[in-house]
Ligand binder design. Structure first.
Ligand code: PMV
Length: 308
C-alpha cells in the first residue's frame, strides 16, 4: 500500500497579480489531502474522472502505455472550491503515489511539473503558484517570468509565533464563479481598462515585497495595514463580492484585517478569508455574528510527504 499526503495552500498576498508576472507569497496550511494506491487485479471502479486526467499525464511523461491496475482511495480535509488548493493537493498526492507505484525515483520537480499539467486541465491557465506551494511546502515566493520560467523560492524563515497565532481562516462558502471565470473577468477588465489593472499590479507588487520583510520582523501594525491595503486592491479589480466586502469592513472596524485568498467571487461567497487581529477572539466573534465558520491554521507546514 502506498500513501501520500499533500497540504492545502493560501495566498498571503499576490493572487491575480501573479497571473501577470508579479510575485506572490504563499503558505502551505495544515489541512491535508491523502491518496492511497493499492495494487489490485480484477474490476476497478471509482474516481474515474480523476484517473482520466492524471493517468495520461503520468503515462506521457514516463513514455509508458499502460499502468498496472490499482485501487485508488482519496481522503481530504481541504474544503473544495474555496481557494485552498484542494484540487492541486489531491493531484499532487495522487501523482506522487502513482510515481512511487511505478517505482519512479523521488523527484519533487517532476511531481510539481506533472501537478501543474493537471492544474491546467482543471483551471485553464494557472500561474503554478498553488502546486509549487503544495509540493515544496513552507512559505513560497512565486513568480512566473514566462510559461517556461517560474521562480519558486522557498523562504528560509517562518512566521514568528507572536504573529502566526493570531491568524484565522473564515469560510464565506464556495463561490458561484470558478477560478477560471474570475481570472477571465480580470483579463476582460484589463482589455477594457488597463489603467485600473496596471495600478493594481504595481501596488500589489510593492505590498507583497513589504509583506515579506514585515513577516520576518514581526511588525504587527504594518502587517495589518498591508493586509488591508492588499484587500482594497483586490476589491479594485472586482474580485470581492459586496457581501464579503461588508464582512471585511466589520473586521477592520474591530481593529483587524482580512483578505480573500485565491480567485475570490463576485456574487456572494468568495471562499476562504485570511484574517488577522491582535486578539484572535475578536475575529471569532465577527465570524459567529455573520454565521460564518472559522478555524485556526498553521501557516508554512510540510509539503508533499509519504505517510505510513
Ligand atoms: O482560487 P485558487 O486557489 O484557485 O487560486 C487562484 C489564484 C489566482 O492567482 C487567481 C490564479 C492563479 O493561477 O494563480
Amino acid at each position: 500500500m502506498i500513501k501520500f499526503s499533500a497540504p492545502g495552500k493560501i495566498h498571503l498576498l499576490g493572487e491575480h497579480a501573479v497571473v501577470y508576472g508579479k510575485p506572490a507569497l504563499l503558505a502551505a496550511i495544515d489541512l491535508r489531502a491523502t491518496v492511497t494506491i493499492e495494487s489490485q487485479t480484477g474490476h476497478l471502479s471509482g474516481k474515474e474522472y480523476l484517473r482520466k486526467i492524471i493517468e495520461p499525464i503520468v503515462k506521457k511523461s514516463l513514455s509508458i502505455k499502460k499502468i498496472p491496475p490499482y485501487k485508488l482511495t482519496i481522503a481530504s480535509q481541504i474544503p473544495t472550491g474555496s481557494g485552498l488548493g484542494s484540487s492541486a493537493a489531491i493531484s499532487t498526492a495522487y501523482i506522487a503515489a502513482l510515481l512511487s507505484f511505478l517505482k519512479v525515483e523521488w523527484d519533487l520537480s517532476l511531481i510539481n511539473d506533472l501537478t501543474y499539467k493537471a492544474e491546467e486541465v482543471f483551471h485553464g491557465n494557472p500561474s503554478g503558484g498553488d502546486n509549487s506551494t503544495i509540493v515544496f511546502g513552507g512559505l513560497i515566493w512565486f513568480r512566473k517570468e514566462s510559461p517556461e520560467l517560474k521562480i519558486i523560492h522557498p523562504i528560509d524563515f517562518s512566521i514568528p509565533p507572536q504573529l502566526s497565532k493570531n491568524f484565522i481562516l473564515i469560510n464565506t462558502g464556495t463561490p458561484k464563479e470558478s477560478t477560471k471565470e474570475m481570472v477571465e473577468k480580470v483579463k476582460k477588465l484589463n482589455d477594457r481598462n488597463p489603467k485600473v489593472v496596471n495600478r493594481f499590479l504595481e501596488d500589489q507588487e510593492v505590498l507583497v515585497r513589504e509583506l515579506l520583510s514585515v513577516i520576518k520582523d514581526g511588525n504587527e501594525n504594518r502587517l495589518i495595514q498591508i493586509i488591508k491595503a492588499g484587500e482594497e486592491n483586490l476589491e479594485s479589480i472586482g474580485v470581492v463580492s459586496p457581501y464579503v466586502t461588508s464582512v471585511i469592513r466589520k473586521i477592520e472596524k474591530a481593529g483587524g484585517a482580512a483578505k480573500i485568498c485565491g480567485a475570490g467571487g463576485k456574487t456572494k461567497a468568495t471562499g476562504i478569508l485570511l484574517a488577522y487581529h491582535p486578539k484572535k477572539a475578536t475575529l471569532e466573534k465577527v465570524a459567529e455574528l455573520n454565521n460564518l465558520p472559522c478555524f485556526n491554521t498553521s501557516l508554512g507546514v510540510e509539503g508533499i510527504r509519504i505517510e505510513k
